[in-house]
Design a protein around this ligand. Sequence first.
Ligand code: ARG
Length: 470
Amino acid sequence: MSTHGKTRSDSDGSEAAGIRKGRFAGGMDDTFARFNASVAFDRRFYAQDIRGSIAHVRMLGRQGIIVGEEARTIEEGLLSVLEDIENGNFQFKEELEDVHVNIETALRAKIGDVAGKLHTARSRNDQVVLDFRMYLLNEATLLMQELSGLLDELVNKAESTLDVILPGYTHLQRAQPVRLAHHLLAYFQMFQRDLERFRDSMVRLDRMPLGSAALAGTTFNIDREGVAGDLGFSAISENSMDAVSDRDFAAEFLFNGSMTMMHLSRLAEELILWSSQEFGFCSLPDEYCSGSSIMPQKKNPDACELIRGKTGRVYGDLVALLTVLKALPLTYNKDLQEDKEPVFDCVDTVRGSLRIMAGMIPGIVFHEERMREAASDPALAATDLADRLAREGIPFREAHEQIGAMIREQAEAGREDSTAGEIPTPAEMVEARNQKGGTARARVLEQIRAARDYVRTSVIEFPSARPDGN
Ligand code: ARG
């Protein structure tokens, strides 16, 4: 049944109705009201919204913009709303549009008309940006903690597989033998950069936008630095028009999430390959695999496949936001309400994927014998044999050609053993790569030590703008 044409009453006493009261003759079309509402998702901001309102109202009191007693009443009312929400005694209502109006309406129900003073010198345009920035400061911190957990598992696994050797690949062709630990620590590097990227982005998240009001600033004698200090921000935004329309920080967060997913997906892909019968390099823990409904022999790497698959949706989240932003004139436009769902999806997906990967790694069993066997393919010694000739004075290009021809002859003759003198063993080849960043035992031990130090000392604590109680 269509609800088109029906209109919502304008006299329900809510702030949403209040917003329309002066300017509009009638209520909103019902279908449009649902289309317009964001509370189903922006309720995630409740703690930040209340924390921000408290800092704002304290400042209004300090500045004498409202009476001190009123400010205290409003603050207590807000704390009581927070308590209700956290105890599950609160019902968010779609007809109240968004989290901001829901909370302000609840405040009015508790303390009466004085609640209307809270929104002095403020607009939802600067309010929502404040909430969003506080939310992302918190989520970036939490994702850094998840990343740190994954890094820890990677070092543990690298340490316990230090002497396992497998072929390293280029073009997915066997190239040269490497330590499994070296391979695992390559992922350590990627996720460490991801962690640092989230940390770097906090510098740009850390700008307090309140005071920008709707777009041009406010006529009241506010104290923006005071609010920033109260909330733990170290700086305020410098241009009110930019402050209410800027969502770079959200796009940057989505990029950081996308990059993290890309790394997770590459690792997932390798585990899928390695656990196939064709490779047989590892078995994934049963708890992260599923069976087939028809083929009893199957053990499918679903967790890895889902991580790989979900990478696409996080890229989609990034592209969705960039596309929302690309043609917006200054300043706030309602299109910007579309900024939140991609970010929430990214937060949930990246967190879930990091947790699954970190949970899976300790239980992966590597089949050392299969890896060793694959690494013992004498063709993998080709570079070392060419290096040997080069050391005897033959130009490397020529040595490369000679060894290449030899490998081809052998392949044609179906022979595996070499005629080019003694072939180095995989262990010897690995040990020979003893320069910094190489795969020799001592070098990998160095990496493990540095990695452990990083996990231990990269204290992931950001004092700023963490909402209390969330
Ligand atoms: N729900 C809105 C959003 O998410 C809050 C800001 C509303 N501002 C406005 N001028 N209607 O963007």
